[in-house]
Design a protein around this ligand. Structure first.
Ligand SMILES: [Zn+2]
Length: 324
């Protein structure tokens, strides 16, 4: 079911100013930045390397994919309050160990904290306690990863799994999934809209009926916490109530190289005015993409909305957010 929001497009925002800011923040690095208004299903600007912006080049999402794994686990009725103790090392087979992102280990984490701190140990543990790779694949399909957001942008690739370690690495976005900034924009826009997927080609929203409100709320709390006190906190002005997630992955064809993501939205609660996706090739989400995403959301927070026409919303927005 699609909700058409407008009889004609709103073009009153100064897109070129935002595009110039994104351009200057990207500098001469290879990557891409997309800024959108998720609740209006409207892309404001997309700047960067043409192969990336066109969707011709795809990259693994890294830890931003933990959003998909979390929603898949919630769909399987795994209690988000269940905790594990992250000790950094996660043994998956005799003599084979995966590790988390922080050497001392994250200690006791539940799902919200695992999203906030980007604890991979928590997600490895899910794969041994009720979550299967196929569950994550299924959720990825619901979130549109196997369909192209535009006619001229190719689909995300979700690969088959065979080896034992694959499922763990898939759960944290390191392998088995290759995607584009537009797919991640659509996903983070759906989280920002608490379950209304933005269709950026016709400015409509589609309700994802399969996912209950409380599941969105768990993920939203985790991403809000990431900015207020978790992994994204260092990049942000304390006063901004935003939500976000970083991700870093090695590039499969060249393991010496990385790609770094930040995806986020502002404000963290209520109607989301802005969403941003940042990809920096040969960078990390933590050191490169999150600081850029933070600068953009901080700038946009102060951008006065000058649209002359209000959206003709066909549903009651307050019902979507449980007053939070
Ligand atoms: Zn951890």
């Amino acid at each position: 079911m699609a909700f058409i929001l407008f009889s004609k497009p709103i073009l009153a925002i100064d897109n070129s100013e935002i595009a110039n800011l994104c351009d200057s923040l990207l500098g001469n690095r290879k990557g891409a930045i997309i800024v959108a208004k998720p609740y209006l299903a409207q892309i404001i600007c997309a700047v960067g390397d043409s192969d990336i912006v066109s969707g011709a080049e795809k990259y693994p999402p890294g830890s931003v994919f933990k959003i998909v794994s979390s929603l898949a686990a919630l769909e399987k009725k795994i209690d988000p309050k269940n905790t594990v103790r992250c000790t950094y090392y996660y043994p998956i087979a005799r003599g084979k160990v995966l590790h988390c992102s922080w050497k001392p280990g994250h200690g006791i984490v539940d799902m919200r904290r695992a999203l906030s701190l980007s604890c991979s140990f928590y997600f490895y543990n899910l794969m041994d306690n009720g979550l299967a790779a196929d569950d994550i694949k299924e959720m990825a399909k619901i979130l549109g990863f196997d369909e192209s957001p535009y006619d001229n942008i190719s689909c995300s690739t979700i690969k088959k799994f065979d080896t034992k370690s694959f499922k763990y690495r898939f759960a944290v976005g390191l392998t088995g999934i290759y995607t584009t900034p537009y797919h991640l924009l659509r996903m983070i826009g759906t989280v920002a809209n608490a379950g209304l997927m933005p269709n950026f080609d016709d400015n409509s929203l589609t309700k994802i009926a399969d996912i209950p409100d409380e599941n969105w709320q768990v993920v939203r709390d985790g991403l809000k916490s990431s900015v207020s006190e978790g992994l994204c906190h260092f990049a942000f002005d304390n006063k901004i109530s935003a939500a976000g997630k970083t991700g870093t992955a090695t590039i499969p064809e060249n393991p010496d190289r990385t790609c770094g993501w930040f995806i986020g939205y502002y404000p963290a609660d209520g109607i989301p005015n802005w969403a941003v996706v940042v990809l920096i090739v040969d960078g990390t989400g933590f050191t490169d993409s999150a600081p850029i995403g933070a600068k953009i959301l901080n700038h946009l927070k102060n951008t006065r909305r000058c649209a002359t026409m209000e959206p003709s919303v066909l549903f009651e927005p307050s019902a979507l957010f449980n007053g939070r």
